[in-house]
Design a protein around this ligand. Sequence first.
Ligand code: COA
Length: 333
Amino acid sequence: MTTAPVAAGRAAVVCGIGAELPPHIVTNADLTAGLDTTDEWIRSRTGIAQRHIAGADLSTGDLAVRAGAQALADGQPVTVEALVVATTTPDRCCPATAPAVATRLGLTGIPAYDLAAGCTGFLYALATGAGLVATGTVRTVLVIGADRLAALPNPEDRTTVPLFGDGAGALLLRQGSADEAGALGPVVLGSDGTGADLIRASRPGALHMDGSEVFRHAVDRMATASRQAATAAGWELDDIDRLIPHQANSRITAFVARRLGVPEDRQLSDITETGNTGAASIPLLLARSAADGRLKPGHRTLLTAFGAGLTWGATTLTWPSLRNSHPTERGRT
Ligand code: COA
Protein backbone atom coordinates (compact mmCIF):
# COMPACT_ATOMS: atom_id res chain seq x y z
CA MET A 1 0.00 0.00 0.00
CA THR A 2 1.24 3.50 -0.75
CA THR A 3 -0.17 6.54 1.03
CA ALA A 4 0.03 9.76 -0.92
CA PRO A 5 -0.49 13.21 0.59
CA VAL A 6 -4.17 14.16 0.30
CA ALA A 7 -3.82 17.80 -0.67
CA ALA A 8 -1.45 18.42 -3.59
CA GLY A 9 1.68 20.23 -2.44
CA ARG A 10 0.87 19.88 1.28
CA ALA A 11 3.29 17.62 3.13
CA ALA A 12 4.55 16.67 6.56
CA VAL A 13 8.03 18.12 7.03
CA VAL A 14 10.59 16.91 9.59
CA CYS A 15 11.59 19.83 11.83
CA GLY A 16 13.06 18.23 14.97
CA ILE A 17 14.79 15.04 16.10
CA GLY A 18 15.48 13.41 19.45
CA ALA A 19 17.00 10.18 20.72
CA GLU A 20 17.50 8.40 24.01
CA LEU A 21 19.53 5.33 24.98
CA PRO A 22 19.61 3.88 28.52
CA PRO A 23 23.00 4.51 30.12
CA HIS A 24 23.61 0.85 31.04
CA ILE A 25 25.59 -0.99 28.32
CA VAL A 26 25.82 -4.78 28.02
CA THR A 27 28.69 -5.99 25.81
CA ASN A 28 28.94 -9.34 24.04
CA ALA A 29 31.61 -10.31 26.56
CA ASP A 30 29.11 -9.61 29.37
CA LEU A 31 26.64 -12.02 27.73
CA THR A 32 29.12 -14.88 27.63
CA ALA A 33 28.94 -15.07 31.43
CA GLY A 34 25.41 -16.50 31.27
CA LEU A 35 25.01 -17.82 27.72
CA ASP A 36 26.80 -20.42 25.58
CA THR A 37 27.99 -17.86 23.03
CA THR A 38 31.03 -15.84 21.98
CA ASP A 39 31.75 -12.25 21.01
CA GLU A 40 33.04 -13.55 17.67
CA TRP A 41 29.79 -15.44 16.89
CA ILE A 42 27.57 -12.50 17.72
CA ARG A 43 29.69 -9.94 15.84
CA SER A 44 30.15 -12.05 12.72
CA ARG A 45 26.50 -13.24 12.49
CA THR A 46 24.77 -10.00 13.48
CA GLY A 47 27.23 -7.05 13.54
CA ILE A 48 26.29 -6.35 17.17
CA ALA A 49 28.97 -5.60 19.79
CA GLN A 50 26.87 -4.08 22.59
CA ARG A 51 23.35 -2.99 23.46
CA HIS A 52 21.88 -0.41 25.87
CA ILE A 53 19.57 -2.00 28.42
CA ALA A 54 16.90 -0.23 30.47
CA GLY A 55 16.75 -1.25 34.11
CA ALA A 56 13.47 -1.83 35.93
CA ASP A 57 13.45 1.88 36.75
CA LEU A 58 13.30 2.96 33.08
CA SER A 59 10.02 2.24 31.27
CA THR A 60 9.15 2.55 27.59
CA GLY A 61 7.25 5.71 28.53
CA ASP A 62 10.34 7.14 30.28
CA LEU A 63 12.47 6.54 27.18
CA ALA A 64 9.75 8.05 24.97
CA VAL A 65 9.49 11.18 27.12
CA ARG A 66 13.26 11.76 26.98
CA ALA A 67 13.46 11.31 23.18
CA GLY A 68 10.34 13.44 22.68
CA ALA A 69 11.67 16.22 24.90
CA GLN A 70 14.89 16.29 22.86
CA ALA A 71 12.94 16.59 19.60
CA LEU A 72 10.92 19.48 21.05
CA ALA A 73 14.04 21.22 22.37
CA ASP A 74 15.91 20.78 19.11
CA GLY A 75 13.02 21.54 16.75
CA GLN A 76 11.80 24.89 15.58
CA PRO A 77 9.46 26.31 18.24
CA VAL A 78 6.04 24.85 17.44
CA THR A 79 2.95 23.87 19.40
CA VAL A 80 2.62 20.09 19.19
CA GLU A 81 -0.95 19.14 18.26
CA ALA A 82 -0.75 15.31 18.21
CA LEU A 83 1.46 12.50 19.50
CA VAL A 84 1.95 8.98 18.15
CA VAL A 85 4.04 6.43 20.06
CA ALA A 86 5.09 3.35 18.09
CA THR A 87 5.92 0.49 20.43
CA THR A 88 5.74 -3.28 20.84
CA THR A 89 6.46 -2.95 24.56
CA PRO A 90 3.90 -0.51 26.01
CA ASP A 91 4.11 0.15 29.73
CA ARG A 92 0.73 -1.52 30.28
CA CYS A 93 -1.86 -3.37 28.16
CA CYS A 94 -4.28 -0.60 29.01
CA PRO A 95 -4.22 2.37 28.85
CA ALA A 96 -1.94 3.24 25.95
CA THR A 97 1.48 4.73 26.73
CA ALA A 98 1.05 7.86 24.58
CA PRO A 99 -1.44 9.91 26.68
CA ALA A 100 0.83 9.71 29.74
CA VAL A 101 3.86 10.59 27.59
CA ALA A 102 1.97 13.58 26.18
CA THR A 103 1.07 14.81 29.65
CA ARG A 104 4.65 14.41 30.90
CA LEU A 105 5.78 16.49 27.91
CA GLY A 106 3.29 19.21 28.89
CA LEU A 107 0.91 18.31 26.05
CA THR A 108 -2.24 17.34 27.99
CA GLY A 109 -5.37 17.49 25.84
CA ILE A 110 -3.89 16.65 22.45
CA PRO A 111 -4.73 13.43 20.57
CA ALA A 112 -2.21 10.79 21.68
CA TYR A 113 -2.21 7.12 20.76
CA ASP A 114 0.00 4.03 20.51
CA LEU A 115 0.63 2.11 17.35
CA ALA A 116 1.92 -1.47 17.21
CA ALA A 117 3.55 -2.71 14.01
CA GLY A 118 6.64 -4.49 15.34
CA CYS A 119 9.95 -3.12 14.15
CA THR A 120 8.14 -1.34 11.29
CA GLY A 121 6.21 0.67 13.89
CA PHE A 122 8.09 3.91 13.34
CA LEU A 123 7.29 4.00 9.61
CA TYR A 124 3.63 3.15 10.29
CA ALA A 125 3.57 5.96 12.86
CA LEU A 126 5.21 8.41 10.46
CA ALA A 127 2.56 7.53 7.86
CA THR A 128 -0.32 8.17 10.25
CA GLY A 129 1.32 11.33 11.58
CA ALA A 130 1.86 12.59 8.04
CA GLY A 131 -1.77 11.70 7.28
CA LEU A 132 -3.00 13.84 10.21
CA VAL A 133 -0.99 16.74 8.81
CA ALA A 134 -1.94 16.17 5.17
CA THR A 135 -5.67 16.16 5.96
CA GLY A 136 -5.32 19.36 7.97
CA THR A 137 -6.43 17.57 11.15
CA VAL A 138 -3.36 19.00 12.92
CA ARG A 139 -0.46 21.21 11.87
CA THR A 140 2.23 19.46 13.94
CA VAL A 141 2.73 15.95 15.25
CA LEU A 142 5.41 14.34 17.40
CA VAL A 143 6.18 10.77 16.31
CA ILE A 144 8.10 8.65 18.82
CA GLY A 145 9.40 5.09 18.46
CA ALA A 146 10.20 3.55 21.85
CA ASP A 147 10.89 -0.07 22.78
CA ARG A 148 12.35 -2.22 25.52
CA LEU A 149 12.85 -5.26 23.29
CA ALA A 150 15.61 -6.66 25.50
CA ALA A 151 12.84 -7.73 27.90
CA LEU A 152 11.23 -10.05 25.34
CA PRO A 153 13.67 -12.99 24.89
CA ASN A 154 13.87 -15.88 27.30
CA PRO A 155 17.08 -14.92 29.19
CA GLU A 156 18.47 -18.42 28.52
CA ASP A 157 17.91 -18.33 24.74
CA ARG A 158 21.26 -17.60 23.07
CA THR A 159 19.60 -17.33 19.65
CA THR A 160 17.58 -14.21 20.60
CA VAL A 161 19.10 -12.54 23.72
CA PRO A 162 22.11 -11.05 21.88
CA LEU A 163 19.97 -9.39 19.22
CA PHE A 164 17.94 -6.84 21.13
CA GLY A 165 18.49 -3.53 22.93
CA ASP A 166 16.37 -0.70 24.33
CA GLY A 167 15.93 2.92 23.27
CA ALA A 168 13.71 5.63 21.83
CA GLY A 169 13.83 8.12 18.99
CA ALA A 170 11.52 10.87 17.80
CA LEU A 171 10.81 13.09 14.83
CA LEU A 172 8.76 16.26 15.00
CA LEU A 173 6.62 16.89 11.88
CA ARG A 174 5.02 20.17 10.82
CA GLN A 175 2.79 21.13 7.96
CA GLY A 176 4.76 22.32 4.94
CA SER A 177 5.09 21.78 1.23
CA ALA A 178 6.25 18.74 -0.72
CA ASP A 179 9.18 20.56 -2.33
CA GLU A 180 10.84 21.50 1.01
CA ALA A 181 13.82 19.65 2.47
CA GLY A 182 12.45 17.34 5.17
CA ALA A 183 9.13 16.66 3.38
CA LEU A 184 8.16 13.00 3.70
CA GLY A 185 7.49 11.22 0.43
CA PRO A 186 4.74 8.63 -0.05
CA VAL A 187 5.00 5.83 2.52
CA VAL A 188 4.91 2.24 1.29
CA LEU A 189 3.42 -0.08 3.93
CA GLY A 190 2.47 -3.75 3.96
CA SER A 191 1.70 -6.76 6.15
CA ASP A 192 1.34 -10.55 5.89
CA GLY A 193 -0.33 -12.32 8.78
CA THR A 194 0.53 -15.74 7.37
CA GLY A 195 3.95 -15.08 8.92
CA ALA A 196 2.53 -14.09 12.32
CA ASP A 197 4.16 -17.04 14.10
CA LEU A 198 7.67 -16.32 12.79
CA ILE A 199 8.27 -13.67 15.49
CA ARG A 200 5.91 -13.83 18.44
CA ALA A 201 5.85 -13.22 22.19
CA SER A 202 2.85 -13.82 24.45
CA ARG A 203 4.63 -11.98 27.29
CA PRO A 204 8.09 -10.67 28.22
CA GLY A 205 10.62 -13.52 28.47
CA ALA A 206 8.78 -15.68 25.94
CA LEU A 207 9.95 -14.51 22.53
CA HIS A 208 9.93 -17.09 19.75
CA MET A 209 11.67 -16.36 16.47
CA ASP A 210 12.41 -18.41 13.38
CA GLY A 211 15.65 -16.58 12.62
CA SER A 212 16.46 -17.86 9.16
CA GLU A 213 12.90 -17.46 7.81
CA VAL A 214 12.70 -13.95 9.29
CA PHE A 215 16.06 -13.16 7.70
CA ARG A 216 14.82 -14.18 4.23
CA HIS A 217 11.55 -12.23 4.51
CA ALA A 218 13.33 -9.16 5.89
CA VAL A 219 15.69 -8.93 2.91
CA ASP A 220 12.90 -9.49 0.33
CA ARG A 221 10.39 -7.12 1.89
CA MET A 222 12.76 -4.25 2.64
CA ALA A 223 14.31 -4.41 -0.85
CA THR A 224 10.89 -4.45 -2.55
CA ALA A 225 9.39 -1.72 -0.35
CA SER A 226 12.47 0.44 -0.93
CA ARG A 227 12.12 0.16 -4.71
CA GLN A 228 8.42 1.02 -4.46
CA ALA A 229 9.05 4.03 -2.20
CA ALA A 230 11.78 5.34 -4.52
CA THR A 231 9.48 4.98 -7.53
CA ALA A 232 6.58 6.63 -5.68
CA ALA A 233 8.86 9.58 -4.88
CA GLY A 234 9.99 9.83 -8.49
CA TRP A 235 13.56 8.78 -7.59
CA GLU A 236 15.92 6.39 -9.36
CA LEU A 237 17.76 3.99 -7.03
CA ASP A 238 20.97 5.79 -8.04
CA ASP A 239 19.51 8.96 -6.50
CA ILE A 240 19.71 7.48 -2.98
CA ASP A 241 22.49 9.21 -1.04
CA ARG A 242 21.73 7.48 2.26
CA LEU A 243 19.92 4.20 3.00
CA ILE A 244 18.61 4.01 6.58
CA PRO A 245 17.43 0.43 7.12
CA HIS A 246 15.91 -0.89 10.33
CA GLN A 247 18.82 -2.28 12.34
CA ALA A 248 18.05 -6.00 12.82
CA ASN A 249 21.24 -7.63 11.55
CA SER A 250 24.13 -6.13 9.57
CA ARG A 251 24.02 -9.08 7.16
CA ILE A 252 20.33 -8.38 6.41
CA THR A 253 20.99 -4.70 5.71
CA ALA A 254 24.05 -5.53 3.57
CA PHE A 255 21.87 -7.85 1.43
CA VAL A 256 19.18 -5.16 1.08
CA ALA A 257 21.76 -2.58 -0.04
CA ARG A 258 23.26 -5.05 -2.52
CA ARG A 259 19.84 -5.89 -3.99
CA LEU A 260 19.19 -2.18 -4.47
CA GLY A 261 22.65 -1.49 -5.87
CA VAL A 262 23.29 1.04 -3.10
CA PRO A 263 27.06 1.27 -2.44
CA GLU A 264 28.27 0.17 0.99
CA ASP A 265 29.27 3.66 2.11
CA ARG A 266 25.74 4.99 1.50
CA GLN A 267 24.12 2.38 3.79
CA LEU A 268 24.28 3.71 7.34
CA SER A 269 24.32 1.57 10.46
CA ASP A 270 24.60 1.75 14.24
CA ILE A 271 23.73 -1.85 15.07
CA THR A 272 27.23 -2.41 16.48
CA GLU A 273 26.43 0.01 19.29
CA THR A 274 22.69 -0.56 19.81
CA GLY A 275 21.49 -3.98 18.60
CA ASN A 276 17.90 -4.16 17.38
CA THR A 277 15.91 -1.42 19.15
CA GLY A 278 12.60 -2.09 17.37
CA ALA A 279 10.48 0.97 16.65
CA ALA A 280 13.31 3.19 17.93
CA SER A 281 15.85 1.91 15.44
CA ILE A 282 15.26 4.27 12.49
CA PRO A 283 15.09 7.57 14.43
CA LEU A 284 18.07 6.49 16.57
CA LEU A 285 20.14 5.83 13.44
CA LEU A 286 19.00 9.11 11.87
CA ALA A 287 19.96 11.02 15.03
CA ARG A 288 23.36 9.33 15.39
CA SER A 289 24.33 9.76 11.75
CA ALA A 290 23.12 13.37 11.60
CA ALA A 291 25.18 14.06 14.75
CA ASP A 292 28.37 12.40 13.46
CA GLY A 293 28.13 13.90 9.97
CA ARG A 294 27.37 10.76 7.95
CA LEU A 295 23.90 12.21 7.20
CA LYS A 296 23.97 15.78 5.92
CA PRO A 297 21.34 18.32 4.87
CA GLY A 298 20.45 17.71 1.22
CA HIS A 299 21.08 13.94 1.30
CA ARG A 300 18.29 12.04 -0.44
CA THR A 301 17.45 9.51 2.24
CA LEU A 302 15.48 6.28 2.02
CA LEU A 303 14.09 4.71 5.21
CA THR A 304 12.98 1.07 5.26
CA ALA A 305 11.91 -1.39 7.95
CA PHE A 306 10.62 -4.92 8.52
CA GLY A 307 9.21 -6.54 11.61
CA ALA A 308 6.84 -8.87 13.42
CA GLY A 309 3.40 -9.19 11.92
CA LEU A 310 4.88 -9.59 9.41
CA THR A 311 5.04 -5.89 8.56
CA TRP A 312 7.24 -3.76 6.32
CA GLY A 313 7.54 -0.26 4.97
CA ALA A 314 9.68 2.40 3.30
CA THR A 315 9.64 6.12 2.63
CA THR A 316 11.86 8.94 1.39
CA LEU A 317 12.91 12.41 2.40
CA THR A 318 15.63 14.89 1.62
CA TRP A 319 17.42 15.37 4.94
CA PRO A 320 16.76 18.88 6.34
CA SER A 321 18.99 21.16 8.34
CA LEU A 322 18.27 20.41 12.03
CA ARG A 323 19.93 20.92 15.35
CA ASN A 324 20.90 17.34 16.08
CA SER A 325 20.32 15.40 19.22
CA HIS A 326 21.84 12.04 19.95
CA PRO A 327 22.99 10.63 23.30
CA THR A 328 26.55 10.38 21.91
CA GLU A 329 26.59 14.18 21.85
CA ARG A 330 25.60 14.11 25.50
CA GLY A 331 28.60 11.96 26.42
CA ARG A 332 27.29 8.43 25.79
CA THR A 333 28.78 5.84 23.43
N1 COA B 1 26.07 -18.04 19.90
C1 COA B 1 26.60 -19.17 19.38
N2 COA B 1 25.91 -19.97 18.55
C2 COA B 1 24.66 -19.62 18.25
C3 COA B 1 24.05 -18.47 18.76
C4 COA B 1 24.81 -17.67 19.62
N3 COA B 1 24.33 -16.53 20.16
N4 COA B 1 22.79 -18.38 18.28
C5 COA B 1 22.61 -19.44 17.48
N5 COA B 1 23.74 -20.21 17.47
C6 COA B 1 23.97 -21.44 16.75
C7 COA B 1 22.71 -22.19 16.48
O1 COA B 1 22.33 -22.94 17.59
C8 COA B 1 23.12 -23.04 15.29
O2 COA B 1 23.82 -24.14 15.77
P1 COA B 1 23.62 -25.58 15.09
O3 COA B 1 24.08 -25.42 13.66
O4 COA B 1 24.50 -26.46 15.92
O5 COA B 1 22.17 -25.89 15.21
C9 COA B 1 24.09 -22.13 14.53
O6 COA B 1 24.49 -21.14 15.47
C10 COA B 1 23.48 -21.48 13.32
O7 COA B 1 22.21 -20.95 13.69
P2 COA B 1 21.35 -20.15 12.66
O8 COA B 1 20.05 -19.80 13.29
O9 COA B 1 21.32 -20.90 11.35
O10 COA B 1 22.24 -18.86 12.45
P3 COA B 1 22.00 -17.65 11.50
O11 COA B 1 23.21 -17.43 10.69
O12 COA B 1 20.68 -17.76 10.78
O13 COA B 1 21.89 -16.44 12.51
C11 COA B 1 20.25 -15.01 13.49
C12 COA B 1 20.84 -16.40 13.45
C13 COA B 1 19.12 -14.99 14.51
C14 COA B 1 21.33 -14.04 13.88
C15 COA B 1 19.72 -14.65 12.08
O14 COA B 1 18.91 -15.69 11.59
C16 COA B 1 18.90 -13.39 12.08
O15 COA B 1 19.41 -12.33 12.34
N6 COA B 1 17.60 -13.49 11.73
C17 COA B 1 16.75 -12.33 11.67
C18 COA B 1 16.46 -11.83 13.05
C19 COA B 1 15.68 -10.57 13.03
O16 COA B 1 15.95 -9.74 12.22
N7 COA B 1 14.71 -10.44 13.92
C20 COA B 1 13.96 -9.26 14.11
C21 COA B 1 13.24 -8.89 12.89
S1 COA B 1 12.74 -7.23 13.04
